[in-house]
Design a protein around this ligand. Structure first.
Ligand code: PEP
Ligand code: MG
Length: 759
């Protein structure tokens, strides 16, 4: 008898499987596999069964040794016969004498009865059943444990191949089905529910921007435009003027973040490879609109495939340029080259895209890939509503569809009727009234007269205007990362100083809390690192980045210290996980102070240093942190994320992101108590600080300083005014006693009903 060659066999199968990637016929491939296995293992029979998930049935799909007529007709239920059992139990079954096995199932006419030895190995992907690989031999007890191992290895490889082929088949079927069903987009429902990322209301026409698709182009279908080379040249000139104006305007409005934000547009426009190539295509006889589309698409293709994130980020710029050139060429009405009256639907957006689109008057954003925290923050600062929905929902909105966004609730209306518009007008004025800061009092007090301070969160310098309008008592959180995120390189100490000084000056003596760089997590700097971290939220983020990059950290600290000369400023560190982190950061601040002193440069030697309480580990050592630091600030957005292990940007787990989880309530109570015990200032600067449902609790545990987005200031002041401190304390005590989420929820619900009846 020939020797079995199991190792060769595994290699051969790998080769066969690689063929499958070339799209060979599945039946032919399976047949090759069984022939090869039978040959190498010197068995009389080798067969493959494929499992149907819906019918819970295995069907013979290829065989060497049995009658070929059985292919497609022999079927086994899950658990039926030795093969069915192996698949049900997710394990190989080897039987020496099949005819004596209880499980053996005899099929007349396929000549199985001639074979005694039976080895069935399930083909699995994890726990998913894909099929079975079966070998049979006439000689009893023919198969050895080594054969079982070899067959398992082959089955594992087959699983990938069969699954891929199945996926390809499905994709093909889906493509055929979609082709048959023109138009491309599904007829939408009239209302889509998503999640609010930046509140407000907006109306406009849908415009899909998919920066990740290389072949997508924003341009309309060219169907005979008859434009000349001169027309194109004029469109180029007009586009350059528009962009130049836009850049100047943006630099004025958003000085901290908009430095040369449209420079890539201008560079590409001046590039002979771009404009010159379009011109030569027109000279060769191509219609101008088509020529623009052709070159834009080529650029998009090249840029989107680039290994460098900085280049990939330019995809949207090129598309925008193409869009502007076309619109100018077609002489669309003045101003049409921007995004006025349009709601952008995008799979992915960068903070710099948001800034640019905002400068181009976009009405709102609908994002389908989950909203990064920085994108939500920047949209809020720019006052642009943003709603997060799923990819399928986004795909169901046809371009140019009339939309109405109620980003307060996270609802998008499609083709809204007059009734919806009427509701929208009501909603819009209610929204404006609710957020109107003109009636706010300069001081905030509870009903019983206890003093509460409302500070502002500042993300962009443009946030200072609404902060001043509501007479914020200070800045409780300046998120310093935005000037870093939108630039192409780290801003110098001098550049940073100019920005921070503006912030301090405009607060006119009121305290300003600078937060050191918080990058990483869901926002990496494209110019810093292209290392892909598997778990960026647990990686090189915030203070870890700063401590690892001391030069960058020191430059920022020096700029903070200098900007704070003759002012009341504080510096706080994000994502501190231990007392040691805090001390390491504080040491660097002290080094910076010494060097500034040695250089004779003015700075604030009284700058207070604080810790952002965002991690469970920091809560465990909060006493020691409170003893060391000058102040604590609760970063509830991250505290919830890290305590509950719920990604704050992940739609799928958003229902688990619960500020009222008993663990969060108790952690916050511990933080405030530790601060009070050590006589240190404690504030809260996460989104929770403006949550009306949670405000009584926060007041009740002793918080008296709230740093919030300015838009929420009127609501927070009104609520504080309506609460007695003793009532807040009793609410907090009750809530702290609950051990279950459901108990807290029932309590909050009941209280809401009570306050509604009281109102
Ligand atoms: C927080 O985590 O609550 C916080 C204020 O910081 P950021 O939202 O910038 O992470
Ligand atoms: Mg945070």
């Amino acid at each position: 008898m020939m020797k079995k060659r199991n190792v060769d066999l595994v290699c051969d199968i790998a080769e066969l499987i690689s063929l499958a990637e070339g799209g060979r016929d599945r039946r032919e491939l399976l047949q090759k596999v069984v022939t090869s296995v039978a040959g190498h293992m010197q068995t009389d029979v080798c067969s493959i069964y494929i499992y149907d998930d819906e019918d819970h049935e295995l069907t013979l799909r290829a065989t060497q040794g049995l009658d070929h007529k059985a292919i497609g007709t022999v079927k086994l239920k899950l658990g039926e016969g030795i093969t069915g059992r192996a698949v049900r139990e997710l394990r190989p079954i080897c039987v020496g004498t099949a005819s004596q096995s209880d499980s053996y199932k005899f099929f007349p006419g396929i000549h199985e009865e001639d074979y005694e030895a039976f080895l069935a190995v399930p083909i699995l992907r994890g726990l998913r059943r894909i099929g079975a690989l079966v070998v049979q031999a006439g000689e009893a007890n023919y198969f050895t444990p080594n054969d079982v191992k070899a067959l398992r290895a082959i089955a594992a490889q087959l699983a990938t191949m069969i699954e891929n082929v199945q996926l390809l088949d499905e994709a093909r079927m889906e493509a055929e089905a979609t082709q048959a069903a023109v138009p491309k987009k599904v007829v939408p429902e009239s209302l889509i529910r998503g999640r609010s990322a930046s509140t407000g209301t907006a109306r406009g026409r849908a415009f899909t921007l998919d920066s990740g698709t290389p072949d997508a182009c924003l341009l309309p279908d060219p169907d005979g435009d008859g434009h000349t080379l001169e027309d194109f040249e004029q469109a180029v000139e007009q586009t350059a003027e528009q962009i130049d104006k836009l850049q100047r305007q943006t630099s004025e409005d958003l000085a901290d973040v908009a430095v040369l934000i449209f420079s890539a547009h201008l560079l590409i426009l001046e590039d002979d490879q771009f404009t010159g190539r379009i011109a030569s295509l027109i000279r060769e006889g191509m219609e101008a609109v088509k020529a623009i589309a052709t070159v834009v698409n080529d650029y998009v293709e090249v840029f989107s495939k680039s290994k460098m994130p900085l280049i990939r980020e330019k995809v949207l710029d090129v598309k925008d340029l193409g869009n502007r050139l076309t619109r100018n060429l077609l002489n669309e009405e003045a101003g049409a080259a921007d995004y006025r009256g349009q709601i952008i639907i995008a799979h992915e957006l960068l903070p710099s895209d948001i800034l640019k689109l905002s400068a181009e008057n976009v009405e709102g954003f609908i994002v389908s890939s989950g909203v990064t925290s920085h994108n939500a923050i920047i949209s809020r600062s720019l006052g642009i509503p943003m709603v997060a929905i799923s990819r399928e929902q986004a795909d169901s909105i046809p371009d140019d569809e009339e939309l109405l966004m109620d980003a307060e609730q996270g609802i998008i209306y499609l083709r809204p009727g007059e009734e919806v518009y009427a509701k929208y007008r009501e909603l819009d004025s209610a929204w404006k009234a609710m957020h109107n800061a003109s009636d706010m009092k300069p001081e905030t007090r509870t009903k019983c007269g206890a003093r509460v301070q409302i500070y502002a969160n500042i993300n962009l310098l443009s946030d200072l205007k609404p902060a001043r309008e509501f007479r914020a008592e200070g800045v409780g959180l300046y998120r310093s990362e935005f000037p870093f995120i939108v630039r192409n390189d780290f801003p110098t100490e001098e550049e940073q100083y100019v920005i921070y000084k503006k912030l301090v000056d405009q607060m006119e003596g009121r305290p300003v809390t600078f937060r050191t760089l918080d990058i990483g997590g869901d926002k990496m700097l494209s110019y810093y690192s292209n290392v892909n971290e598997a778990n960026p939220f647990l990686g090189m983020r915030a203070i870890r980045f700063s401590l690892r990059n001391k030069d960058i950290f020191s430059q920022q600290l020096r700029a903070f210290l200098r900007a704070g000369a003759a002012a009341d400023t504080r510096i706080m560190f994000p994502l501190v996980s231990s007392v040691d982190d805090f001390i390491a950061a504080r040491d660097i601040v002290h080094e910076c102070m010494s060097s500034l002193e040695a250089e004779g440069i003015d700075f604030n030697p009284e700058t207070k240093l604080g810790v952002m309480m965002e991690l469970p580990s920091a809560v465990e050592v909060v006493d020691e942190l409170a003893a060391e630091a000058d102040f604590l600030s609760i970063g509830s957005n991250d505290l919830i994320q890290y305590m509950l292990a719920v990604d704050r940007t992940n739609e799928m787990v958003s229902s688990l992101y619960l500020a009222h989880h008993p663990a969060i309530l108790r952690a916050m109570n511990r933080i405030v108590s530790a601060g009070l015990t050590h006589g240190k200032d404690v504030s809260i600067c996460g989104d929770l600080s403006a949550d009306p449902r949670m405000l009584p609790f926060l007041l009740g545990i002793g918080l008296q300083k709230f740093s919030i987005d300015s838009v929420n200031a009127p609501t927070v002041q009104r609520l504080v005014n309506s609460i007695e401190l003793s009532e807040a304390e009793s609410i907090a005590n009750t809530m702290l006693d609950f051990g279950r989420i459901s108990e807290v929820e029932a309590f909050l619900k009941e209280r809401q009903l009570v306050s509604e009846t009281q109102a």
